[in-house]
Design a protein around this ligand. Structure first.
Ligand code: SF4
Ligand code: ZN
Ligand code: ZN
Length: 310
């Protein structure tokens, strides 16, 4: 095969990067892994000794993350990994992804902890949706965030790594902007939350600078999973609208997502400074950190109880 200067080598290219360079399977894998490990170093995401939690969903992002952090953990035995999966109770989706996650963890010898909405709150997400007139992803996010933080504290994780990629992050930045909720953006970035705060376990996003297309390609060429399953509720979300708009825009103006993330990283320290934590409040009902007297999770539980009584 002809090797023009846009191609990495004589092998068949499998992906074109925004800068125009086309990479083969081997060189793409090398490029992707270097990028993730560089992100970890650049933003000081992982220390020499960690009890790391990995939020696993069974999708391409979190499996890729686990696969890469497992490589790191094999090189440094002081980095301990535990995967944590939240089963929200979404029919036709969560069962399949939980099986994928279980098999993956078994094969990679990483312990997996599973917690379900049903066991922890007595009700699945599907059943919550029958009584609550709130978008599925809003409810799911509130309950999942609560459980992840609570369980991460119980499991004494030093940090919780999530599979958020460049697309997720740029969507969140735009969503907060469109909803005039810039305060929420102060909590974004490759490293969110506060270190050494016993109420929150710090979140880290090693795939922060990797586009969704790159993560999907990496997962596919490295045989991490054979089919992509998407939660059916995503189609009803505000995020899906922003995702489609951004994808269309990226198609016509390559490099837009990177530009959004890079300019955001420039202003992030100022945002964090502006909204730096004052006093942390705690929910009067469950004791978890909350901006108001009662946290959003407890408010939704009360709402469901009220509608049961009617
Ligand atoms: S798409 Fe929405 S409902 Fe489905 S898992 Fe994600 S946040 Fe939850
Ligand atoms: Zn090559
Ligand atoms: Zn509460």
């Amino acid at each position: 095969m002809k090797n023009n200067n846009k191609n990495c080598c004589k092998q068949k290219p499998i992906i074109k990067l925004p800068a125009g360079k086309k990479l083969c399977n081997t060189h793409f894998t090398e490029y992707f892994e270097n990028k993730v490990f560089k992100t970890i170093r650049q933003f000081d995401l992982i220390g020499k000794e960690e009890n790391l939690g990995i939020a696993l969903s069974g999708g391409k992002d979190s499996l890729t993350l686990l696969h890469l952090l497992n490589k790191l953990s094999k090189q440094n035995k002081k980095i301990k990994l535990t995967a944590i999966l939240i089963d929200e109770g979404i029919k036709g989706y969560r069962g399949k992804t939980t099986e994928i996650a279980k098999k993956f963890c078994k094969k990679n010898k990483v312990p997996l902890k599973i917690y379900s909405f049903e066991e922890e709150f007595g009700i699945s997400l599907d059943d919550m949706l029958k009584t609550l007139d709130v978008k599925p992803c809003t409810i799911c996010g509130i309950f999942r965030r609560y459980l992840l933080n609570k369980k991460s504290k119980e499991l004494k994780f030093t940090k919780l790594a999530t599979g958020h990629n460049l697309d997720d992050e740029t969507q969140s930045i735009l969503m907060n902007q469109f909803k005039n909720n810039i305060q929420a953006s102060a909590r974004l970035g490759p490293k969110s939350g506060v270190k050494d705060n016993k109420n929150f376990v710090q979140r880290i996003k090693p795939l922060y600078l990797c586009a969704e297309k790159e993560v999907a390609t990496y997962a596919f060429v490295n045989n991490l999973l054979d089919n992509f399953t998407e939660c059916p509720n995503i189609l009803k979300s505000y995020r899906a609208q922003v995702r489609d708009m951004l994808n269309n825009f990226e198609l016509k103006n390559e490099g837009t997502k990177h530009a959004i993330a890079n300019s955001f990283l420039d202003i992030l320290p100022k945002l964090k400074e502006k909204f730096k934590d004052g006093k942390i409040n705690f929910c009067k009902k469950c004791g978890e950190p909350s901006a108001k007297e009662k946290c959003n999770k407890c408010k939704l539980i009360d709402k469901m109880k009220k509608s049961e009584k009617k």
